[in-house]
Every structure is written in C-alpha cells, then in structure tokens.
Design a protein around this ligand. Sequence first.
Ligand code: AMP
Length: 117
Amino acid sequence: MKKDNIFTNIITKKIKVDLLYQDELVTAFYDLNPQAPVHVLIVPNILIPTVNHITTNDEIILGRLFVVAAKIAKRKNIHASGYRLIVNCNHHSGQEIYHLHMHLLGGKPLGPLLQQE
Ligand code: AMP
C-alpha cells in the first residue's frame, strides 16, 4: 500500500496549507474545493485508507475526529445553526482520497442528505 498521499504531505507539512488544528492524533485544514461556507477536513495523522481498514486500536483517534469537529464548529460559530459530518468509503460514496477523513460542512442549510435522482 502506498505510504503517502496528499493528506500525509499536508500532515507532515511537506505541503504547506493553513492548518486549523493539529495534535498528536489528528489534523484539520480547509477543503480545497469547498462545498459550503465552512468545509473543513479532519484527518487522522496515521494512514487509515478507508473505514474498512479501521481496527479497535484506532478508537481513540476516531473519537478525536469528533472532538475536534465539535471544537472547530464552535470556533466557526456554526455549532448552534448546525452542520454535517461526512466520512466517505470507497467508490459508491465518491471517496477520492484514500486517507480516511471527516468532512465538516456548515454555514448554510445543507439540503437533503442524498442527492435526489
Ligand atoms: P472524498 O471525496 O471524501 O475523498 O474527499 C476528498 C476531499 O479532499 C475533496 O472534498 C477535495 O476537495 C479535497 N482535497 C483534495 N486535495 C486537497 C488538498 N490538497 N487540500 C485540501 N483538500 C483537498
């Protein structure tokens, strides 16, 4: 399995972007192609390619994704109006980057969960 990808390079600062948050477990930064006024990606610092690769050893990291999502939502003042957290897995979901990540989307009404056919 490939060890690096665009997100690994952001986490290790080989690629410089504005980091919204970083600790020993997770990193958060703005999505390059925002789908809402607030669109942040929160990613584990270690490579977990998809949800299918999660093991019980990852439970603390996965919990941290939620803790940081809530923290950033508050910082961006969208915690009361609401927001959506999305984790895509494999091609039916449209996953593009095989480094597990949580999308934090908000800042406007987000519409239905799924695109209408
Ligand atoms: P997904 O479809 O769930 O795999 O989401 C991948 C997301 O990564 C997309 O929303 C892209 O816009 C975003 N993305 C791709 N490259 C970068 C980058 N260099 N910096 C920030 N976001 C990126």
